[in-house]
Design a protein around this ligand. Structure first.
Ligand code: PAF
Length: 294
């Protein structure tokens, strides 16, 4: 009789461990060796997250990813319901990147008593500008869930993308103010070939909206080539009728007032159709900077 071909895979499949409850997370976390880095995400993972996983792997002996679309950081008119949820694909990326443990809790697991009367972490005044001005309550939602995820995963380090520059700054500040003892690592923005920053929301863009969205990396390029980065970015964004600019600002790198001269950060938020996009990049006020977007 002809032997049946073996169904065994050609390469060993390394199964990333997936847990959904805090109790299972605690057990799995206890078995992780050495330094642990966490990468908090809302799933719909892309190459920006991949860069975070790789940086986390460099910073620690074990990597934990969290996948949780946090309702606390969405306002009623925002895209909570349509936010992409792609757990199978997310797990495949975690596996490829050697993530040791994935925590993907339900909303009830994270907020068993609901939102009413919830104890929360409030951002200081830095949380009221830019994203905080456009999306009131956003940073309370982000900092509260990040604080909970830190307590649950007990990391030595945590990686966040620089694309959410203000979020990164607010998390750093929370860790300092609340003595959380976590090393916060910022990971440079990953861009598509055409310069658009990778984002889980890019999948919502139609071809025309995506073409309009490219005014954002163009504005960054113009700002970096100009001694007046704010004016150059504004001019480029305003020339694109398919984009509704929410804010364009130049701030100090700690998000305080922009310096009269020297290194600073350009931050942009704009809507293409119904999709809100944010981006940021280093600029130099009074000189030109080396560009990182097209
Ligand atoms: O950047 C995100 O994906 C989220 O804001 C975070 C940090 C995972 C908190 O929900």
């Amino acid at each position: 009789m002809t032997p049946t071909p073996s169904a065994a895979p050609e390469r060993p499949i390394r199964r990333v461990r997936l847990v959904h409850t805090k109790a299972d997370l605690a057990k799995a976390r206890a078995g992780l060796p050495g330094r642990v880095a966490v990468v908090p995400t809302m799933g719909a993972l892309h190459d920006g997250h991949r860069a975070n996983f790789r940086r986390a792997r460099e910073a620690a002996d074990a990597v934990v990813a969290t996948v949780f679309v946090n309702p606390l950081q969405f306002r009623p008119n925002e895209d909570l319901d349509r936010y992409p949820r792609t757990l199978d694909a997310d797990l495949a990326m975690c596996e490829e990147e050697g993530v040791d443990l994935v925590f993907a809790p339900s909303v009830a697991e994270m907020y068993p008593d609901g939102r009413e009367g919830l104890t929360a972490v409030h951002a200081g005044p830095g949380g009221e500008i830019l994203e905080g001005a456009s999306r009131p309550g956003f940073f309370t939602g982000v900092l509260t869930v990040v604080a909970k995820l830190f307590h649950l995963t007990r990391p030595d380090a945590a990686c966040f993308g620089e694309k959410d520059f203000q979020q990164l700054a607010m998390v750093r500040r929370m860790v300092r103010d609340l003595d959380m003892g976590v090393e916060v690592i910022g990971v440079p923005t990953v861009r598509e070939g055409d310069g658009l920053a990778r984002s889980s929301r890019n999948v919502f863009l139609s071809a025309a909206e995506r073409a309009a969205a490219l005014a954002i990396p163009r504005a960054i390029g113009a700002a970096q080539a100009s001694p007046d980065p704010l004016a150059a970015a504004r001019q480029t964004l305003e020339a694109e009728p398919g984009l509704a600019v929410d804010y364009v600002a130049v701030r100090a790198n700690d998000l305080g007032e922009a310096p009269a001269q020297g290194p600073a950060r350009l931050l942009i938020a704009a809507k293409a159709g119904t999709t809100r996009l944010i981006d940021n990049a280093p600029v130099v006020v009074g000189h030109t900077a080396i560009g990182d977007a097209r």
